[in-house]
Unconditional design. Sequence first.
Length: 275
Amino acid sequence: MHPRRRRGGMNPGRSPPAFFLLIFVLSLPFLLFAATPLPGPLNLPVSAFMLVCPALAAAILVRREEGAGGVRRLFARVLDYKKIRPVWYLPIILLMPAIMLLSYGVMLLFGLPLPADPFVPYLLIPVFVPLFFIAAAFEEAGWMGYAADPLQERWSALVTALILGVVWAEWHSIPWLLLNTPAWAAGQALSTVALRVVIVWLYNNTNGSVFAATLFHGMMNVAEFSFPNLGSHYDPVVTGGIAAAVAVAVVFLWGPETLARFRHGRLRGPCCRLS
């Protein structure tokens, strides 16, 4: 059976375009102060609080479409860890740290700027993991919990991932450009789109687990802030190139239609969420 569902069959009333528009509208107050830094060692800007907007947009739309029960079901999906087969925790948890470690090696090899006295905040990682999981939950409740399934009912998994990735990157583009160089922003955009392909791949191979998407998203931030000296020399151009290579490998091995039909093995169980 084809893993995608007929348009409107599984998620009646859901509108990804309305969701995308509402996210941008809700983000406007944060963008007005996008370059204002927040206190604390992470040096985050006020625009970091935009992370609440995808969940808020999804909740507003689901409340209108499905009532209060729909909102409860939406947020309950953030903890749907029982859908995940244990083997998938390996890429969910380890893939992003591996990408960042490889990025560091490439930067070292090519003599790119790195801290003279590199420091990895190992003692902070147990704090980062739950902190960034909670932050990622606000985003993934919207991106994957609300928008991914209706998009996959109409488009392939790869097209869905690219749509979500491009919107995700555009949503971040103003803070990126205000706080960094155009080259940095371009590299971060490439990384963002590529990693959304990875997230959809994980989602489709974990029976539509929003928990899987959230945990991987959280590990993206954990890995970035664990880069030497709290990410002070993180180079998204390098990381974006590596993430793009990973995304291409995923598409080649699992196929663009579902990102869940491994070319060298049989399909095991349903590859997409049957909500």
